[in-house]
Design a protein around this ligand. Structure first.
Ligand SMILES: Cc1ncc(COP(=O)(O)O)c(C=O)c1O
Length: 391
């Protein structure tokens, strides 16, 4: 009888299996079904664990958030669709119209756009400070400031935030300190251990490491705040795709090894560039000539990062000749990939800034940012020497 009612349209029962999969299964399901109303009600009321609808969370995002929370020493975290949606959730979940945001001037370009253009339109007032110069904090971090936003190592100039002074300035006005830890990674610094309230990541970058997904993460030790942020993510639809979380978990397994090799290469590349006659400036916190070298040593747990920026001498033509000759190093707008990549911030991440503002930040027209990969250093060295020769 029941056989005649079977339909290929209907969902299948999972086969009985006493073995547990070694690899986290991918759970693309949008909905989770329950045997009766009471069971679903118990899940909604947090009496029993369970997923209901993927926008509110799914097994893959929960597993990945737990792993990153562990790396950041956060009590809990939530995955978002991208790094920018993590920042959106923080602003939209916490602020009311009229509240102030104090933001560092050296943020990722789109974070600067969000704070300087989008937030004021929504009624949030933004003031700016130079995170490596505590003298600028008092004018920007005000009694009306509810959120202070900074990165530890800035993009693309690799300046290091005076974290102790910044944490004190935020605490003095009772503001929440939010750190975008994408560049620094949890290996270099754990903001929550040092008094920050929220840590965010673009998991798209070094944490996932293969340039094949967009994801963000928000972590905190304040469980009330976490619940508010979690609710904001699902209400505004900023949630992460299970597939991307599944893929990012795979990438995360090799994070330590990738970081170690890329950092080794970045150190060597920064030295090579320093000695080259066609290079006028090299920015890397591991160099003793870097203005924040001592601060980086104190703050970054022995890390100096995987990003090196340098200024190529000459004109726009020299820049194009360099990029054309560096044909084996992709010129593309991201960082943290397994392979070395280049960008020119003036025409990519910071293209929307006025030239004068850009130059004020030190972002010259011929500044090249290198996201150093995990290739053998010999290959990177030969490619750079050939491209510099041609420039
Ligand atoms: C420091 C930093 N934060 C945030 C973002 C935004 O991340 P996503 O592209 O995942 O939205 C980026 C992207 O490059 C970044 O470099």
């Amino acid at each position: 009888m029941s056989k005649t009612r079977r339909s290929v349209v209907r969902r299948s029962r999972e086969p009985d299996n006493y073995g547990k999969p070694l690899v986290t299964p991918l759970s693309p399901s949008v909905a989770y079904h329950y045997s009766d109303v009471d069971q679903l009600k118990a899940v909604y009321e947090n009496q029993i664990d369970g997923f209901t609808y993927a926008r509110y969370g799914n097994p893959n995002s929960a597993i990945l958030a737990d792993k990153i929370s562990w790396m950041e020493n956060a009590q809990g975290g939530v995955m978002t669709a991208s790094g920018m949606s993590a920042l959106s959730a923080v602003f939209m979940g916490i602020l009311n119209a009229g509240d102030g945001i104090a933001a560092a001037t050296q943020l990722y370009g789109q974070s600067l756009k969000m704070t300087s253009q989008v937030c004021p339109r929504l009624g949030f007032k933004t003031t700016f400070f130079d995170a490596s110069d505590p003298d600028t904090f008092a004018d920007a971090i005000l009694p009306s400031t509810k959120i202070v936003l900074a990165e530890i190592v800035s993009n693309p100039m690799l300046r290091v935030t005076d974290f102790t002074a910044l944490e004190k300035a935020a605490r003095n006005v009772g503001a929440l300190l939010v750190i975008d830890n994408t560049f620094t990674t949890p290996s270099g610094f754990n903001p929550l251990n040092h008094g920050a309230h929220i840590v965010i990541h673009s998991v798209t970058k070094m944490l996932s490491g293969h340039s094949d997904l967009n994801l963000g993460y928000i972590g905190t030790n304040d469980l009330k705040l976490l619940s508010k942020l979690d609710e904001t993510v699902s209400t505004l639809g900023l949630n992460a795709s299970p597939y991307n979380c599944w893929l990012a978990e795979r990438g995360l397994h090799t994070f330590d090894l990738r970081l170690k090799q890329a950092q080794h290469n970045a150190n060597k590349l920064s030295q090579l560039l320093c000695e080259h006659s066609k290079v006028s400036e090299v920015h890397y916190p591991g160099l003793s000539t870097h203005p924040d070298y001592a601060l980086a040593k104190e703050l970054l747990n022995g890390d100096s990062g995987t990003i090196v920026s340098f200024v190529l001498k000459g004109t726009h033509e020299n820049l194009n000749s360099f990029l054309r000759a560096a044909e084996n190093i992709p010129y593309g707008p991201t960082l943290g990939d397994v392979a070395t990549m280049l960008i020119v911030p003036a025409v990519s991440s910071h293209r929307e800034l006025d030239r004068s503002k850009r130059l004020e930040l030190g972002i010259e027209d011929n500044l090249i940012r290198v996201s150093v990969g995990i290739e053998s250093f010999d290959i990177i060295r030969d490619d750079f020497l050939d491209a510099l020769d041609a420039a």
